[in-house]
Design a protein around this ligand. Structure first.
Ligand code: NAP
Ligand code: GFB
Length: 325
């Protein structure tokens, strides 16, 4: 096939960058389970398809697939401790990935791009609840300034592509995501997969479960399958350039200690739970409002936290050998 020639006959070709990750795999699952439409071709990518920090590889990938829509998930991602170690890498890699993807989408005339910010990029000193208008109103928490500023630039780029070229490039702002196919690496991953992995090992080895920090910080957690369903809605119905927070409500915020207790219950762990307060707590809270989402989708049902944790724990135990860890 000559470059630029299209395979297939579907009139919507949806390219999912970062398709092999936690969020990408959840979107693939809900599409396969019926959320996809007959006139759509879904293409889920990993870094094996192209290193998106490389402009030429990114352009060649876009040429090959000629997407009409892009869900842009690809990023250097990690939990608090990975961010604290590699702020420069989080900045550089993500700025290059984002600029390459958005500019290739512009050059190919992609109809709509949905990129990903995060509730952890908002100002650290702020009023609560956080909402979409507050992204740039102060510096982010010191632990992840590289990632946060790189993500904030997506919002700036989206506005610039709209003003200069009328491009429909928008973004969503998920809160902490968890679920199957997460990164369960204890050093680099996020808190829930880290605690699930540590609880699994403590149970197998008859040792204590060590929770890092005081357990006092508070988080809102969204199940990856719920986020995936919201992504499909954003793809089809959301028409604003302004980003939209995709999160459970403020009332669903839990402490790290409560989250650990949910995992312990889900896995039937009977051993000792210890809090290692020599480890950083990171941001105390980043309570976000989902009222903008609720105006659009007042009846959307989030999976109850304990059920989502149980499903994730069961998946991890059943797939321990293949899980990213
Ligand atoms: P993830 O599981 O770490 O997956 C990252 C994805 O990006 C993988 O598919 C990875 O490909 C791809 N990728 C990384 N570097 C790449 C490169 N240089 N070239 C091409 N592809 C590359 O991440 P996730 O948790 O699904 O996050 C997806 C998006 O949601 C990210 O933009 C993240 O910032 C955002 N987000 C995540 C959370 C969360 O709690 N997880 C919260 C808010 C926002 P390989 O598989 O080949 O490595
Ligand atoms: O998910 P997490 O690593 O990142 O959560 P953030 C960190 C919180 O969980 C801190 C506690 O209070 C940690 O002390 N914690 C307890 C643990 N046990 C563990 C454990 O085993 N592993 C980990 N990782 N934490 C991230 C941002 O902030 O949020 C990223 O740094 C990203 O950029 C992500 O956006 C969504 O929620 O603190």
């Amino acid at each position: 096939m000559a470059d630029g020639e299209r395979k297939g006959t579907k009139n919507k070709r949806i390219l999912v960058t970062g398709g092999s990750g936690l969020v990408g795999r959840a979107i693939e699952q809900v599409v396969k389970e019926g959320e996809g439409q007959a006139d759509e071709e879904w293409i889920f990518l990993s870094s094996k398809d192209a290193d998106l920090t490389n402009a030429a590889e990114t352009r060649a990938l876009f040429n090959r697939h000629q997407p009409t829509h892009v869900i842009h998930l690809a990023a250097m991602v990690g939990g608090l401790f990975r961010n604290m170690k590699y702020n420069l890498d989080f900045w550089r890699k993500n700025v290059h990935i984002n600029d390459n993807v958005l500019h290739s989408a512009h050059e190919l005339g992609v109809t709509k791009v949905i990129s990903c910010l995060s509730t952890c990029i908002f100002p650290d000193k702020t009023t609560y609840p956080i909402d979409e208008t507050m992204i740039h109103s102060g510096p982010p928490h010191s632990s992840n300034f590289g990632y946060s500023y790189a993500k904030r630039m997506i919002d700036i780029q989206n506005r610039a592509y709209f003003e200069q070229h009328n491009r429909m490039f928008t973004a969503v702002i998920p809160t902490n995501v968890f679920g199957m196919y997460d990164n369960f690496n204890i050093e680099d991953g996020h808190v829930l997969p880290g605690l699930i992995h540590k609880t699994y090992l403590a149970q197998r080895n008859g040792t204590s479960l060590v929770v890092w920090g005081s357990g006092k910080p508070r988080r809102q957690f969204i199940y990856s399958l719920d986020l995936a369903r919201l992504f499909i809605w954003v793809l089809r119905e959301y028409k604003e350039i302004e980003p939209i927070i995709l999160s459970v409500g403020e009332e669903d915020e839990v402490s790290i200690k409560e989250a650990a207790e949910s995992i312990v219950a889900a896995m039937g762990f009977k051993g000792e739970v210890i809090f290692d307060t020599s480890k950083s707590d990171g941001q105390f809270k980043k309570t976000a409002s989902n009222s903008k989402l609720r105006k659009y989708l007042p009846d959307f049902k989030f999976t109850p936290f304990s059920q989502a944790v149980k499903e994730t724990c069961d998946w991890f135990a059943a797939n321990y050998d293949l899980a990213r860890k």
